[in-house]
Design a protein around this ligand. Structure first.
Ligand SMILES: [Zn+2]
Length: 268
């Protein structure tokens, strides 16, 4: 078996929000500035990009902003004047043309917004039930922070999974439904040539380290009880422990920059 040869973490923006979005029940006045994550994986056949950040048009157009970001509690922050993916790829020296596939953890606006850059160009992986929810339940998805314009694009070459599946050599999607109806996390196994081992990327199944360590319910969920979001966290912890892999939370303001550095050093 061949595995992933390089991991690069990207920060595709930030979001300033109540911590209650990440940890259920936190007092509303406690606020965080969380990174918007993207992950580049060098696999056999090219780079696989996990998640795509915001749709810049919905933030930069004032009328669209009012529609998609009506809450004063939530503030999206773009890193620069251009497309966050293009800017982030520039910084790490990866050509967008060398990305051979994209995978989405889920369809929230801060994860699926950049898929427009890949529509008609490369395959896009997601869970079948996530896309079905996003396409068939209007207007509920938009109330739950999914912007249909991001993903209802006939040019997208969808590759839809039903549960766990290997989507590239060394990359397995792990269903973690709850945050959204078809949310998925990712297990990444490194190639022996770079020392083996691996990592599990929780994405929004666990935003912060405390969601993992203290098994605290997350604040964002669709049609379930908040406490039901703890089961996927426990499952990811069990999987990580069995494999001896580190479990990385999706939006932790301390962990994400620290891991970005660690990967940059390890794979330099
Ligand atoms: Zn989310």
């Amino acid at each position: 078996m061949t595995g992933v040869r390089r991991i690069i973490l990207l920060t595709l923006g930030w979001e300033e929000l109540p911590k209650a979005v990440s940890v259920y029940g936190t007092p509303r006045e406690e606020r965080l500035r969380e990174p918007v994550p993207g992950v580049l994986l060098e696999c056999d056949g090219g780079w696989l990009l996990l998640d795509t950040g915001f749709n810049t048009a919905l933030i930069r157009d004032p009328a669209l902003y009012q529609r998609f970001y009506p809450s004063v509690e939530y503030l999206p922050v773009l890193p620069g004047p251009g497309e966050p993916i293009a800017e982030a790829l520039d910084q790490v020296g990866v050509d967008i043309g060398d990305i051979s596939a994209v995978a989405l953890s889920h369809l929230h606006h801060d994860h699926a917004g950049g898929v427009k850059l890949f529509a008609g160009r490369v395959p896009v992986h997601a869970q079948r039930r996530e896309l079905a929810y996003g396409m068939l339940n209007s207007p509920e998805p938009e109330k739950h922070a999914m912007a249909r314009v991001d993903y209802d694009d006939p040019r997208i070459d969808w590759r839809l999974a039903d549960g766990e599946e290997v989507i590239a050599p060394g990359v397995t999607v792990i269903p973690t439904y709850g945050h959204t109806p078809g949310h998925q996390s990712f297990m990444v196994e490194l190639d022996e040539s770079v020392g083996g081992g691996g990592f599990v990327f929780a994405f929004d199944a666990a935003d912060l380290t405390e969601n993992i360590e203290q098994e605290l319910a997350i604040g964002g969920f669709v049609d379930i009880d908040p406490q039901d979001t703890v089961e996927p966290i426990r499952r990811l912890k069990k999987l990580s422990a069995e494999k001896g892999f580190e479990l990385i939370p999706g939006h932790d303001p301390h962990v994400w920059p620290a891991m970005t550095e660690r990967f940059a050093t390890r794979f330099s």
